[in-house]
Write a protein that binds this ligand. Sequence first.
Ligand code: KG4
Length: 339
Amino acid sequence: MEKELVILGLESSCDETACAITKGGKLLANAISSQISVHQKYGGVMPEIASRLHLENIACVLEDALKEAKITVDEVDAIAVTRGPGLIGALHVGIQAAKTLSLIYNKPLIPVHHLAGHIYANEFVSPLKFPLLAVVVSGGNTELVYMKEHLNFEIIGETKDDAIGESFDKVARVLGLPYPGGVAIDKLAKVGEHTYKLPNPLHDGSLNFSYSGLKTAVINLKHNLEQKGEEIVIENMAKSFQDVAVGMVLDRVKRATELYPVKQVVLAGGVSANSYLRSEITKLFEGSEIEVIIPPIWCTTDNAAMICKVGEYLYKQNVFADLSISVDPSWRIEDFKKF
Ligand code: KG4
């Protein structure tokens, strides 16, 4: 029988410090320390504060995970760590911790692409079936990724400017809603109506996205109404914005599945927690042969369990790094073996 690999994963790319341990792909521990309450005061993630908090918390989540899994680092087969994309200072904390563990305990080091992690988080729900279309929608990225097989990533569409999550956060800030804006807009949109006309850009036949114009349109509309002495109806603006922002995803996904022979569509990243996106994408493929995988909410936020998942596949392909590696804040998923 094949040995069940034990992978220890570390994640620190944004505002969650996390350590997880898997054995044979099954989750033994999943420790997460979230910084959201600290960043909320500033209306968004403050990179310098994020790095400092990762530094304070990384040893704690490591200790918690080892305790929960009831193992020692000696029993681990490899250390997997997020190398990018993300905030440079934040990523450094995870990478240095992983390198230290790798050096002291003489364990192989596996650099993992954060978005590959979000895609593979779905394996905690259901095995991935290829070819598939991964819809990566997060605070820093918006990409359609076509996968012919395991660890084969081809970006077939991506944002030309802002990420979808970034636009949710910025629009929320303009409307006076708390960070993370996506959660607040999602909640308000449920009681709002689509009354505001907003632009839906980029009709070039490609599978690319553009969110910057949509965000600016909301800002301008708010200022214009204020100048006229009119109040903006926040829930209606939330609904109008969300319809257009999510509508762009649904349109690209629909067209991508007409162009590529996919068996599965999987959602990935923080914005995949959006209730409207989750219900509409399910409806889009009702009665079709394409299976839709919606990750549970715990998989949509940053965690290290997903880093272990990718780490195990990379281990089986002998993808290891030496101690000279560094982070890459804008690492492309197609280059996941280049470091
Ligand atoms: O995956 P993530 O942590 O970002 C990156 O790693 O880049 O996702 C965070 C993003 C934020 O922009 C947040 O506003 C958004 O996910 N988000 C949502 C929802 N929950 C979180 N956006 C829309 N609807 C939600 N329910």
